[in-house]
Write a protein that binds this ligand. Structure first.
Ligand code: ACO
Ligand code: LMR
Length: 605
């Protein structure tokens, strides 16, 4: 692995939501039939998106989006390449932060114009830590058939034409990205394509230089010979000459330094790249070409002769049996027209022979012989996880606990009145469900939110009660119309007993019970109610299951906890509605004597 820049398992974190470049990487992945996408995550600091959709062949896939490199790396520890597509203003900070985080093997920096002083600091630090920097000012690198950085190689048609979709036997190093593409094409026409290629970038101070890559390629068994395309300016080519002379590099090298035209100008001309300007005779393309030729490197007489030399070296190696014939792989076609999908489903799939819940065929969870219960089904369909028995059983205990609380409670009453008005099961049920809210049954999310907030912020129970009073908010999960210290809610007792026996820890519940002591000291009925107990214990459950705080907060924010009451109480509401239907009760009218009429005659204004 250390000898190869990338493999088919390499995954990158892409800094900046550069959709077209990422799409090109995924198109490449599809063509070479990678198992995992080459982009594991995107970092987009100002985005509120959780993922971005991309085409993968004719289908679409989702790539997660994070606000920081730190978050992305924590969620994708195996992604050891950072593709830094930040602007020249930000690229330095992004690189330095990635080096602080650690775990990146390769960092590629595309920005052009990073101040040279900063580039040197950045390059020096990376080299010290053994991190390969590619760039700045580069299109990157490619290991054909394994991994391709962003736009290198151009369009997918060009990639296939240049045989960059499967490994060949040349190791290619250039400065320029444009010439890299040109060379890939020449190599495809005159030899069998490339095994690994890097465009090191055009800036004066780039993080890795020719010799770094050539030494690695010398060790890479896929590389049989190397091509170096240097340019006027700098002395990096001399390090290569040294390595050849000392025997560190034994594989054949073909090289050419562009910029021989420079000698026809009277003063030092700088070409397109910041580094492409000769400051001394030694740095001219002419001098470097001559020195390389002298060291035994294959140097053509002109750039026009380069294809011929490549062909000669390639044929020789083939004759010697160093290079063998490549069997051309089939190239899956990317459809011309692709339609983005309007809906996404991540929980179930009905397309196969048998529908699945989070990957489990229904038959594997439905019948009693599977040993699975409704709690298991909820863990699959609501949380896309297989929860352990104690958690699954807790979910079921909650559902059974809240299934009904008699006809007098707000929701059941409304459902009954609606059924008696002649409405259907679904209409009556919906009426009952619509009653669930912050006062009745729907205080579970609020309870989890506020108790968690108070506990995490180290508020004492007294401080928490005072805080909520100051906010003017009744503490969700505290108080009951009929239950009290003297008339305890047996449902709450049951849930607490279950948790004490089966939960690994109940720290939030323990805290809530201290809060309850404060509130019941004020008023007998300000007990920790059934909503509160459920919300708080669910947080304890998720913490014990290893969820991150952010995930738990998201569950709370999206109303997941109230959903347990909604689902459980649906059972009771339907019972009451069917009861009404069976009894064929007439329409209900509330008695006058139960209403206080206080109607004044309206004044004219
Ligand atoms: N936190 C702090 N103080 C409270 C709370 C509370 N949650 N609930 C009531 N109080 C106080 C009131 O401020 C009031 O104080 P005061 O006498 O000093 O003025 C006193 O208790 C009585 O208030 P009421 O609103 O008359 O209390 P009631 O007993 O009628 O209300 C209710 C019960 C609606 C459940 C209430 O306690 C509440 O809103 N709780 C929070 C919401 C909640 O948890 N709902 C779920 C209940 S369980 C279920 O529905 C399945
Ligand atoms: C319920 O479960 O519906 C309640 O605890 C509310 C109530 O008033 O009994």
């Amino acid at each position: 692995m250390e000898n190869r820049l990338f493999t088919k398992d390499t995954q990158a974190i892409f800094w900046n939501n550069n959709k077209s470049a990422i799409q090109r990487m995924l198109d490449y992945d599809y063509v070479i039939q990678r198992e995992k996408p080459s982009v594991a995550a995107i970092v987009a600091p100002t985005s509120s998106n959780k993922f971005e959709k991309f085409f993968y062949g004719p289908d679409e896939i989702m790539v997660p989006v994070y606000r920081s490199t730190k978050e992305a790396k924590a969620a994708h520890p195996n992604a050891d390449v950072l593709l830094n597509f930040a602007s020249f203003r930000t690229a330095y900070d992004v690189t330095m932060e990635a080096l602080d985080i650690g775990g990146f093997r390769v960092i590629m920096i595309t920005a052009e114009g990073i101040p040279e002083r900063l580039a040197r600091i950045m390059n020096h630090r990376a080299r010290k830590e053994g991190v390969t920097i590619i760039g700045p000012a580069t299109v990157g690198a490619i290991s054909p058939g394994a991994f391709k950085v962003a736009n290198i190689g151009g369009t997918i048609e060009n990639i296939v034409k240049s045989k960059l979709h499967r490994p060949g036997s040349c190791g290619l190093v250039t400065r320029s990205g444009g010439l890299f593409n040109e060379l890939s094409n020449i190599i495809a026409l005159n030899a069998d394509g490339i095994a690994e290629g890097v465009a090191i970038g055009g800036d004066r101070y780039v993080g890795s230089v020719f010799i770094d890559h050539l030494l690695r390629m010398e060790q890479n068994p896929d590389v049989k010979y190397m091509i170096l395309l240097g340019e006027v300016g700098g002395i990096e080519e001399y390090k290569v000459i040294e390595a050849v002379k000392s025997g560190k590099i034994k594989k054949p090298i073909i090289a050419w330094c562009i910029g021989t035209i420079a000698k026809h100008f009277s003063s030092g001309v700088q070409f397109g790249h910041a580094g492409a300007s000769a400051n001394a005779e030694r740095e001219t393309a002419e001098a470097k070409n001559a020195a390389m030729r002298e060291a035994g490197i294959h140097v053509p007489t002109s750039f026009n002769d380069l294809p011929k030399v490549i062909n000669e070296v390639y044929n020789k190696l083939k004759k010697e049996g160093v290079i063998s014939e490549i069997e051309e792989p089939a190239v899956p076609e990317i459809p011309k027209y692709r339609r983005p999908k309007n809906f996404i489903c991540t929980i179930s799939d009905d397309r196969g022979e048998e529908a699945t819940y989070a990957g489990f065929p229904i038959s594997s969870v439905a019948t009693p012989d599977t040993g699975k219960t409704i709690g298991d089904v909820i863990s699959l369909l609501w949380f896309k996880k297989v929860y352990p028995r104690w958690a699954v059983d807790f979910i079921e205990t909650v559902l059974k606990t809240v299934a009904d609380h008699g006809p007098a409670v707000s929701g059941a009453h409304n459902a009954k009145v609606t059924a008696r008005a002649g409405k259907s099961v679904v209409e009556s049920l919906v009426t009952g469900l619509l009653t669930i809210g912050p006062r009745f049954g729907g205080a579970i999310d609020g309870a989890a939110y506020y108790f968690k907030y108070a506990y995490d912020n180290n508020m004492s129970p007294k401080e928490f009660v005072a805080y909520m009073k100051k906010q003017g908010i009744p503490i969700p999960g505290i108080g009951h119309r009929i239950k009290s210290v003297r008339n305890p809610d047996k449902r709450v007792e049951g849930l607490k007993k279950y948790a004490a026996e089966f939960f690994p820890s109940t720290s939030l519940l323990d805290y809530a019970l201290e809060v309850e002591k404060e509130t019941t000291a004020k008023k007998d009925n300000l007990i920790l109610n059934v909503d509160g107990t459920i919300g708080i214990l669910m947080v304890d459950m998720w913490r014990a299951l290893g969820y991150r705080e952010k995930e738990i907060d998201e569950f709370i924010k999206s109303g997941t906890l109230n959903a347990f009451f909604i689902l459980g109480r649906t059972i009771g509401f339907i019972g009451h509605i069917l009861d009404e239907k069976r009894l064929a009760m007439p329409m209900y009218r509330h008695p006058w004597d139960d209403i206080l009429y206080d109607v004044q005659k309206a004044e004219e204004i």
